[in-house]
Design a protein around this ligand. Structure first.
Ligand code: HSE
Length: 409
């Protein structure tokens, strides 16, 4: 039986899940693929740390070169995080004729096209299913089920941490800080949650999805990104009164030869499928010519779900599946003055009168509620106007901005 020799870079949550699956599913994988998957080495920081998985037959090393220069290793799986170091290791692995799997969305969002080009040049494979929506097999589905289709739009809840926080705020009537504390206590949010709550993690995933769905080469800076860290229980209760729910939604859409990507809190009708994706789960709605509306729901993180995506990539590599070329399309990023939507803006400030006067000069709006220090307005604005609003308000006041996605199912 042909042996596929593997090395892991990292043995944290996802790496341990990969070791677990390859051990427990060994016989099944042999029968279904006709291959034997063997982990030979794992790169770790601490050689003496107690591990929760059975490492019999696997050697641990703290020297990346032990792996990158080992000619017997066929596939390198990167599950250690970081951008610069991981990128250097993966480039070396590709140059040394190893196929590469990574779960690192920050890295793929920032250097995906560069790594893909190197993989093409060296004749190796580069797979990263686990980088988007954890256990949901979304990139694989885009590569296969949508080959003869034409995607026009994807709306996704792709950050479990922020979804958990918003769900907890609504369900338990918690403040943002109390919901964040709860997420941290339960291990859903990291001690420094900025990447998740500021929307950056979701923006990375939307970049990867956009590039896969539309063949573009966008970067995270092309995504208009607003997070949830300024959300207040008042905003959630406003949504409830209107029959809506507040979610952090990433949207990528193709209009003609242009593409627009944004990550922002959004109000959705409470009976839509996306609005019902709660807690730490992820969900993705895809609109396309042939399939119409499709919806994908599942765990966006966690040891076994994410490791399952990594192992699926491994099986694809070993059995030569899905090695189809990505069609590059010269889509332009849509201009900010062509994107117009309905927005909700809540401001808190001691100088509300000044801000109100400035707003009146800048954009049209309707006042929803107003007290001495707080103002809620709704307006239909172009993205360039919204950028001016957020840039100006950012330094002067606390604000929370969300969009309305009430037509989306
Ligand atoms: N921090 C990420 C999330 C983990 O909350 O969704 C999975 O990428």
């Amino acid at each position: 039986m042909e042996k596929v020799t593997i090395a892991l870079l990292g043995l944290g949550t996802v790496g341990s899940g990969v070791v677990d699956i390859l051990k427990t599913q060994r016989e099944k994988l042999k029968k279904t693929t006709g291959k034997e998957f063997v982990i030979k080495k794992i790169l770790v920081n601490n050689l003496h740390k107690k591990r929760r998985v059975d490492l019999t037959g696997i050697s641990l090393t703290n020297q990346a070169q032990d792996i990158l220069k080992d000619r017997k290793i066929d596939v390198v799986i990167e599950v250690m995080g970081t951008v610069d170091v991981a990128k250097a290791y993966l480039k070396e692995a590709l140059v040394n004729h190893k196929d590469v799997i990574t779960a690192n969305k920050d890295l793929i969002a920032q250097a995906g096209p560069e790594l893909e080009l190197l993989a093409q040049k060296t004749g190796q494979k580069l797979y990263y299913e686990a980088a988007v929506a954890g256990g949901i097999p979304i990139l694989r589905t885009l590569k296969t089920a949508y080959l003869a289709d034409e995607i026009t739009r994807i709306d996704g809840i792709v950050n479990g941490t922020s979804n958990f926080i918003l769900t907890a705020m609504q369900a338990d009537r918690l403040s943002y800080q109390a919901a964040l504390n709860k997420a941290q206590e339960l291990g859903f949010a990291e001690s420094n949650p900025v990447n998740d709550v500021a929307g950056f993690d979701a923006a990375y995933k939307m970049v990867i999805l956009t590039n896969q769905a539309f063949g573009t080469q966008l970067k995270a800076t092309d995504v208009f990104t607003q997070g949830i860290s300024q959300v207040d229980l008042e905003d959630i209760l406003f949504a409830e009164r209107m029959g809506l729910k507040l979610k952090l939604i990433g949207t990528t859409q193709k209009l003609g030869s242009q593409v627009a990507v944004a990550v922002m809190p959004a109000f959705l009708a409470a009976d839509t499928r996306l609005a019902q994706v709660d807690n730490e789960n992820n969900g993705l709605g895809i609109v396309s010519r042939n399939l119409g509306h499709m919806f994908f729901y599942g765990p966006g993180a966690g040891s076994l779900p994410t490791a399952n995506s990594v192992v699926s990539d491994l099986v694809d590599i070993a059995t030569n599946k899905n090695g189809l070329a990505k069609v590059q399309t010269p889509l332009a990023k849509m201009a900010d003055n062509e994107i117009e939507q309905k927005y909700y803006l809540r401001l808190s400030s001691k100088n509300l009168a000044d801000i109100l006067a400035w707003l009146e000069k800048t954009v049209p709006f309707k006042v929803v509620s107003q007290t001495e220090k707080r103002l809620v307005v709704i307006g239909t604005w172009k993205q360039n106007e919204v950028k001016v609003l957020t840039q100006t308000l950012g330094t002067k006041s606390n604000y929370f901005l969300a969009r309305f996605l009430t037509e989306e199912k």
